[in-house]
Design a protein around this ligand. Structure first.
Ligand code: PEP
Length: 247
């Protein structure tokens, strides 16, 4: 089955609302047509990004959310709030959320359902740490992350969730998984999915993807796009990565 490539930029804690509009303009001008493209922006920049992206094919995602629709959770933001602010989707389970903010596989299961119920698209991020890879634990870790977060999830929800495989040791470090290592992990992740959804699910690679290494990674049969951190803050570099996705 051919899967349309999907490249997403993760701005992390960068770009104020007033910086967002001119950046989005430059990005929309630079982006080649073909792949699906999203930017995952800070909460405060969602409205500015959505208004700049209106009428284009560029999608706007948040970088996290709370699993409940409302309640006494000071500082949190829910899926219906993201929709109302103009978001099309949400990135869930990024390793920085897991590491610094205690996001668990169990909470991620609830978040995926809550995002879908509100009408948001989801990118679900998983990946092993450097220590886990060295200890030969890559596959058990990926299996646990998928199995716990997807426990009880309908096949229809699995089918419409994009997965991002992000080896933690490659995020923001300049160390990229080789295309062969990444392909092996992607094929393994695909094998964990229910058979009827397996071929259609898009699996992005993330971890120091740049214009110089994107084409080789994106040419792998089970790599269907990228989740790009640092390089997504440079419109020309991000556009070049999008342009490296097979047509
Ligand atoms: C990320 O934050 O998801 C990421 C992949 O970052 P970088 O591209 O900078 O490694």
């Amino acid at each position: 089955m051919s899967r349309r490539p999907f490249v997403a930029g993760n701005w992390k804690m960068h770009r104020t609302p007033s910086e967002t509009a001119p950046f989005m303009e430059r990005l929309i001008d630079a982006l080649p047509e073909g792949p699906d493209v999203a930017v995952c922006v800070p909460f405060t920049s969602i409205a500015a990004a959505a208004s700049a992206a209106a009428g284009s094919w560029l999608r706007v995602y948040a970088q996290t959310m709370h699993e409940l629709a409302e309640g006494a959770f000071t500082g949190e933001v829910s899926a219906p709030m993201l929709v109302d602010a103009g978001a099309d989707g949400v990135l869930l389970g990024h390793s920085e959320r897991r590491q610094h903010f205690g996001e668990t596989d169990e909470a991620l299961r609830l978040k995926i359902e809550s995002a879908h119920d509100a009408g948001l698209e989801v990118i679900f991020a998983i990946g092993e740490t450097g220590d886990e890879r060295e200890a030969g634990q890559t596959e058990p870790v990926l299996r646990r992350q998928v199995e716990v977060a997807y426990r009880g999830l309908s096949v229809e929800r699995v089918a419409r969730t994009t997965i991002a495989y992000e080896p933690v040791w490659a995020i923001g470090t300049g160390r990229t998984a080789t295309p062969e290592m990444a392909q092996q992990a992607h094929a393994f992740i695909r094998s964990l999915l229910p058979e009827s959804a397996r071929d259609g699910v898009r699996i992005q690679y993330g971890g120091s993807m740049k214009p110089e290494n994107a084409a080789q990674l994106l040419a792998q049969p089970d790599i269907d796009g990228g989740l790009i951190g640092g390089a997504s803050l440079d419109a020309a570099a991000f556009a070049a990565i999008v342009g490296a996705a097979p047509a």
